[in-house]
Write a protein that binds this ligand. Structure first.
Ligand code: AMP
Ligand code: MG
Length: 487
């Protein structure tokens, strides 16, 4: 276990130099205080969890203090936002403080979001509010607990600094961890500014540090792109299987490592709704729940375009062609497991689609239906869940098909079935209304609810005594909360 001053830095991205990032110091928040910290994320840095309670912790992650070995940098990138190209974005309100390596030899970027103005702030104030920092923190740690690749969050630091959004709010910072903060938009920036040498330097950096196995391939850059395609297909399959809606899948928010990244107006589905749009500012539904799948491919094509100086168009097209079949395979595999199936049949896809359509038409809670499907033997479970559906004849037909499928699947006890299904079907997810309750309490200075919710979400598959209220469908006020980009 390490104390805060024992972290070991190795700032590899900063060493790429000023063409890639700019040195900027964090702007401190007034009266920094710990809102919540993740013990699991602290363990990634070998940090003793007790240090979260010290004042120096809040000072370090509230922008007041800095390690001598840290090298805070704002990264430059660009990207396609809602389908249109924005020539220059960059870290407008976040800084890469440095890279720390742990005892296992893993490197982690320490990225402080809400750290003040940078050369890339454009019209913004460089700040993040408490509300959005709590949401990013909770989502990062909740997705991780569900087994979905994501950036992690070490802590949220609150403050008394006023920040103006639709109304006056308080500034906060979230400390984000990831093996890399390089986005598709980094490659696009050097492509569209016609800087092939720097783009190659960036690609070499990613290859050496993150995809060393691609070096062994005859065309390392192509192998790296293919790996990014594969990882994105798998990540998005997991989003779809667990009902996660990212909300702003712009290419500047897509990680070269295929992790969920840059949380804004995200949501987990309550009722199943393929057309759900979680981002209030997304008027066209470009990033609606079901559109995430084709948008994943669209984003990879934008990255492919940026790689045309290095890789032939035919090879890029071929690699892009891997996306949909891989996505389908991962998605179906996960959905089979969520339905408790251990074998594969061709008609399983249809079984899944029919169920989702029935859920959609009846407004059935996506998470709870699948959780309760494993509580009892299939026949009993479907009989109990039937009441949630409006189209009873439709559901009965599906239930017959499902029971027959389960009977063909294998010979196992209900004990085994429940255990297997509950291990992939969470009881607790980060519902918007739960986040909202925690945020309202935190805004009035009570951080106990954020901390409790965070704890519950770190073990989403385990029923936890006394936590029934976190496994409920939203009350009426919590069903259609409007979450905008303003954060
Ligand atoms: P996002 O929608 O959070 O992915 O942000 C898109 C771009 O806007 C990024 O370059 C951000 O750094 C920048 N940005 C977002 N909010 C702010 C803010 N409050 N101040 C400065 N830049 C911001
Ligand atoms: Mg972003």
């Amino acid at each position: 276990m390490k104390a805060l001053d024992e972290l070991t830095f190795d700032n590899r991205f900063a060493r790429l130099g000023d063409a890639f990032s700019t040195h900027v110091l964090p702007e401190p928040l007034d009266e920094p205080r710990l809102v919540v910290a993740s013990k699991a994320a602290m363990a990634l840095l070998d940090l003793d969890p007790a240090v979260a309670e010290t004042s120096v912790f809040a000072e370090l992650f509230g922008g007041h203090k800095l390690w001598a070995e840290a090298e805070p940098r704002a990264m430059v990138y660009s990207g396609h936002q809602f389908g249109g190209y924005t020539p220059q974005l960059g870290d407008g309100r976040g800084l890469l403080l440095g890279e720390v390596y742990n005892e296992a030899g893993e490197h982690w970027d320490l990225h402080l979001k809400g750290a003040g103005m940078t050369p890339y702030s454009r019209m913004g104030d460089g700040r993040a509010v408490l509300r959005s920092s709590i949401r990013e923190f909770l989502a990062s740690e909740a997705l991780h607990a569900l087994g979905i690749p994501t950036s992690r969050a070490l802590c949220v630091i609150g403050s008394s600094t006023p920040v103006w959004r639709e109304k006056q709010e308080r500034g906060a910072m979230v400390l984000r961890l990831a093996h890399s903060h390089i986005r598709f938009g980094h490659f696009e920036y050097f492509y569209y500014t016609k800087k092939p040498e720097q783009q190659a330097e960036l690609a070499e950096h990613v290859l050496n540090l993150h995809y060393p196995e691609c070096r062994e391939q005859p065309e390392p850059y192509l192998a790296m792109f293919r790996e990014t395609v594969e990882r994105n297909a798998e990540m998005i399959a997991k989003w779809q299987a667990y009902g996660f809606c990212h909300g702003v899948m712009n290419t500047d928010n897509m990680s070269i490592l295929g992790i969920t990244f840059d949380f804004g107006p995200f949501a987990f589905l309550d009722d199943f709704d393929a057309h759900f749009i979680c981002n209030h500012s997304d008027h066209e539904g470009r990033y609606s729940f079901s559109n995430q799948v084709p948008i994943g491919q669209w984003n990879l094509s934008a990255l492919a375009q940026a790689l045309t100086p290095f890789i032939s168009v035919d090879a890029l097209k071929e690699a892009l062609g891997l996306y949909l079949p891989l996505y389908q395979a991962h998605y179906l595999d996960l959905m089979r497991r969520r339905l408790g199936l251990t074998t594969a049949e061709d008609a399983d896809q249809q079984l899944v689609e029919r169920l989702l359509k029935l859920m959609q038409n009846s407004g059935v809670d996506y998470t709870l239906f699948l959780r309760h499907l494993g509580d009892e033997p299939a026949a009993l479970a479907v009989a109990r869940l039937r009441d949630d559906f409006v189209d009873l004849a439709g559901f009965d037909a599906w239930a017959e098909q499902y029971k027959a499928r389960v009977a063909r699947d294998g010979d196992y006890t209900q004990e085994q079935r429940r255990e297997r299904m509950h291990a992939v079907n969470p009881l607790y997810i980060l519902r918007n209304y739960l986040a909202q309750n925690a945020i309202a309490a935190a805004e009035s200075g009570d951080y106990s609810e954020v901390r409790r919710l965070h704890e519950v979400l770190t073990r989403p598959f385990e029923e936890q005594a006394g936590m029934e209220q976190y496994a409920q469908r939203p009350p009426d006020w919590g069903k259609h909360l409007e979450i905008s980009c303003s954060s």
